[in-house]
Design a protein around this ligand. Structure first.
Ligand SMILES: Cc1ncc(COP(=O)(O)O)c(C=O)c1O
Length: 430
């Protein structure tokens, strides 16, 4: 099918990027389990290596199964291209790789997945990059944090561990005024609930490990390129605007226009960093995406029901879910995320740390795992696990204090989830 923008989301999540296999007629996208592709002749090989012709060379760079997923995600997010990676964390490094160089910084929200806080506050220092964390509700603080060495602004749409929703348009206005790209991690919302590019994001990153695949089978990541940023407007992004020595002085932005970031991601990023998604992973994620809208509707419906029940329980101190009418973000959630704010939230227990530990050990339907966005309901005590490396202040800022458990609501029967939480809370309050 032609990926006409007139098709609805439900149609595109099944069809975008895919067509019956031209060699066999196979209706489902085949898993192209191959590392390399036979060149037609020596001229064809040379043209591919010179980026004069688009095609398949070697699966570290491109693979037909992965390419279908890339096109599907680009379509669902409203971007012009996408680069799939081996994990969400790989996608974040790949997104920054084209923009940063030693001495440069990214201005990031304090409300991020704990692993991202660690990646940005510790690991990227090894590349000579740094991150400045600020409260993205304080737009003046975001403006003040941006300096001459800033090369990107980074936030999550619906932040993990939950309860916080970013006003992407407001943040995009700040990054636009500074001439900087805005990168939005859209893992928890998915393009069904939010399309950050429509709100002004330059790049969208995903951990496809979560809702996009939806069944807890594979790790993967993706960067979707809006194609809207002018990489040549300043001299801040030489990887995209200046001559590239590895391709005989080719300038990515001049040569590939609005696909500059996508081509750079494949031809330099995947080629040299090698954080490639494998075709099996792309296959599982393509399977998952076919039912994304149906699952997200159910995640939202269940989360709203379970969060409302928890909020009224005397053993619970508070619930941070932007989908609750009592949330301080309820107005923003309605305005920016009208289809709902996802299936992720946190619950603070009056019994504190010990009650949280007893709760996760007593749940029967919920699984205690370091994952989210599965059809199954999942739970974790973030402070002792995913957010363990963070300081107490960072844990509080991320909404992952010691008295808090993170819940990822699945698509089971909501009444069964409530019954399970009820019996586990009883044990946790003994
Ligand atoms: C919001 C968010 N972004 C990124 C990541 C990293 O993704 P991955 O585990 O696929 O590397 C995670 C993982 O939990 C996440 O929750």
């Amino acid at each position: 099918m032609s990926d006409s923008p007139t098709y609805g989301f439900d149609t595109l999540q099944i069809h975008a990027g895919a067509r019956p296999d031209p060699a066999t007629g196979a209706r489902q996208t085949p898993i192209y389990q191959t590392t390399s592709y036979v060149f037609r002749d020596a001229d064809h090989a040379a043209a591919l290596f010179n980026l004069q012709e688009v095609g398949y060379i070697y699966s570290r760079l491109t693979n037909p199964t992965v390419a279908v997923l890339q096109e599907r995600l680009a379509t669902l997010e409203g971007g012009v291209g996408a680069v799939c990676c081996s994990s969400g964390h790989a996608a974040q490094i790949m997104a920054l790789f084209a923009l940063m160089s030693p001495g440069k910084n990214v201005v990031a929200s304090t409300r991020l997945y704990g692993g991202t806080v660690t990646q940005f506050s510790q690991t990227i220092k090894r590349f000579g990059w740094s991150a400045k964390f600020v409260d993205f509700d304080d737009l003046d603080a975001v403006r003040d944090a941006i300096d001459d060495d800033t090369r990107a602004v980074f936030c999550e749409s619906v932040a993990n561990p939950g309860g916080y929703v970013t006003d992407i348009r407001a943040v995009a206005d700040v990054s636009d005024a500074a001439g900087l790209p805005l990168i939005v991690d859209n893992t928890s919302a998915t393009p069904y609930l939010c399309q950050p590019i429509k709100h002004g994001a330059t790049l969208v990153v995903h951990s496809t490990t979560k809702y996009l695949t939806g069944n807890g089978t594979v790790t993967g990541g993706c960067i979707v390129d809006s194609g809207t940023f002018d990489w040549s407007a300043s001299d801040k992004f030489p990887a995209l605007s200046a001559p590239e020595p590895a391709y005989h002085g080719l300038k990515f932005h001049e040569t590939f226009g609005n696909l500059a970031f996508t081509f750079h991601g494949i031809a330099i990023g995947l080629r040299d960093l090698g954080m490639t998604m494998n075709p099996q992973a792309a296959h599982y994620t393509l399977m998952g995406i076919e039912t994304l809208s149906l699952r997200m509707q159910r995640h939202v419906e269940n989360a709203e029901k379970v969060a409302a029940w928890l909020e009224n329980d005397p053993r619970v101190d508070h619930v941070t879910y932007a989908g609750l009418p009592s949330s301080p973000y309820a107005e923003r959630a309605k305005r920016c995320y009208p289809k709902g704010t996802g299936g992720l939230f946190t619950v603070a227990l009056k019994g504190g740390y010990d009650a949280c530990i007893k709760l996760v050990d007593s749940l029967e339907i919920f699984s205690h795992v370091a994952n989210l966005g599965d059809t199954r309901s999942l739970v974790i005590h973030s402070a002792s696990t995913t957010h363990r490396q963070l300081t107490a202040e960072q844990q509080e800022a991320a909404g992952a204090g010691p008295n808090v458990v993170r819940i990822s609501i699945g698509i089971e029967d909501a009444d069964d989830l409530i019954r399970d939480l009820d019996q586990a809370l009883a044990k946790a309050s003994d």
